[in-house]
Every structure is written in structure tokens, then in C-alpha cells.
Design a protein around this ligand. Sequence first.
Ligand code: AHG
Length: 337
Amino acid sequence: MTTINRQVLTLDEFTIQQLRIFPRATGELSNLLRDIGLAAKRINVEVNKAGLVDILGDYGSINVQGEEVKKLDVFANNQLVGVLRHGISCAGVGSEELDEIVVFNDVVSNQSKYIVLFDPLDGSSNIDVNVSIGTIFSVYRRKSELGAPCRKEDFIQAGINQVAAGYIIYGSSTMMVYATRRGVNGFTLDPSIGEFCLSHPDIKCPELGKIYSVNHGNFFQYDEGVRNYITNCQKKTSETGGPYTQRYIGSMVSDVHRNLIKGGIFMYPGMSDMPEGKLRLMYECNPFAFLLEVAGGKATNGKTRILDLEPAGLHERSPFFAGSKGMMEELESFLKK
Ligand code: AHG
């Protein structure tokens, strides 16, 4: 007979437990995380059967980043907008897939203090080849007054103002990992009960690691400092004992998740023909920078801490270097030379 391990908290149980520590908390953030978890479960079902149904392939349109939109991107985007709209804790959302913010503008939503930004399906060019993909989200407290519809200024905030940030990885198992200022916790989806269960409490990013993750195909487009650091990784024996090893999936959620757990550095530098690189500040860099910093790591654009960057718009890009503190400091010494 199978016994159920009642020591394992579900995502809901965990967020309620956190509420008990802060009796004045309203529970809005817990509601939001539960809503995002629900969308993730629905997206997970579709990701798992992507090869079976007519959901593979291009949707045909081009998103605001100038990329082809895949059907699953559209599905994931609609799920997130839908659950957050129907929930009671979100005033509006911004999505990497949408040109403009979505203001919910109803009596309940206008009273909500949070807005959410998300990349519904990051790494979507990997869908057709069955490689892990993910959803990335960040939560901000709105600046505008409660009782009125949220405004664009609520979304254009520096990453340091994030209240929570996280990701869902649709991998060999499905996990939701999120950070608040109190810590980073990871939950694995138990398919038998359809719940995210606390599997990785209080995640810390190892201070040193052996893994560096970068697209080597762009090597000659990187600045000299970056090239020298990569060359050093190839030559050097790592602080932890063995030689550095290169791992690059091309799906940021998977690459950063692995490096968060094992220790490592992830880089998407600016390039000669794309000085700001490829990754979006609001949807990709800020949430991971927040989460990695809470876990003890670092994240910069090569010059400035990511979380201190003042965004000018929703869809801007930024070079991105993030990971284990010790490896980031070594990188910074090369970038300064
Ligand atoms: P997309 O969603 O278009 O597949 O982009 C994925 C992102 C990010 O997840 C990944 O780290 C990076 O693009 C990979 O880009 P390169 O293929 O240029 O290395």
C-alpha cells in the first residue's frame, strides 16, 4: 500500500504557513502564487502532450519582439492572463507576448495592490525538439492609488522593487521555484495529486561552481573582456577542484535552474550587432536577478547590478551575467581589465 508523505507541504499549505508568520499579511501574494501555479499546471498538461495534438508549430503571427509566435506561447499567455484576471489579487499584467499591458479594471482588481509581469513560455524555439522550457514571472506592488485601474507606470519599475519572482520549469519533472525577500523555495509537481509540493526548501546558490553557460557560436561578437573570461574558463581549473565545464541548453529557465542548484554562471552578453544582447530586462533578467540574489548569487549587465537598472520601457533588452557569487566576481575582474 502506498503511504502519503504528509510531511511534504503543498504550495498552498506553504504560502499559508508563511502568512502565519506575518499575521498582518493580507494573503494577496499567496493568492497570486496559487493562481500562477494553477496556470502552470494547465500549461504543463499542454506542454506534455505537445507532440500529440495540433499545437506544435508556428501560430503564424510575429510577436512584439519580432519573433514567430508558437501555438503553445499563445496558449500559455492566455492561461496566465485568464487566471490572473479571474483571481482577486492582480490589478493587471504585462506579457512578453503582448505589446501593451492588460489592465483588468473591475471593482475587485482595482483594489489589488499587485501587478504581474511574465514571459509565458521562454525557450519556445525548443518546443518542437522536446527540450525543457519554462514560464518566468515577477510581481511588483503598484505605484498608483488603489481603487482605480492600474497604469503603465506601475509596470515600468526597477527590478529592486520586485516583491516576488520565480519560474516554472517543464522538464523531466515540473517545478515551480519562487523567491520573496525571505528566501527561495522550489516545489515539484506531484502528478498523482496535481499539486506542487515543497521539494527544495530554502535554496542557496553554491558560492562557487564548475559550469559556465554561454552561446559559444557568438564568441567573436562578444567584447574582449567576455572573450578573455570564456577563454580562462576553458583553460582554468575551477576553484571547486575540476576543470570548468560548458553547458548551454538555449532555454534560459533550464540553464539558470541547473546553475542555481549546482553552482555556475550564465551569460548572455551584448554582441557587436546586438549591443543589448537578446534577453528582456523586465521579463527575463529582473526576475532571475532577484531570485539569484535572494539565493546568495549575483546578476549584472556587465557594469551595473541588474536590479538597479531603471527601465525605459516594457520590452527593452539587456546583457545578462548571473550566477554563483564567486564566479561572478571572477568574471567582473575580467570585465574591468
Ligand atoms: P526563445 O524563447 O525565442 O526560444 O528564446 C529563448 C531565450 C532564452 O531562454 C535563451 O537563453 C536564449 O534565448 C537562447 O538564445 P540563443 O539561441 O541566441 O543562444
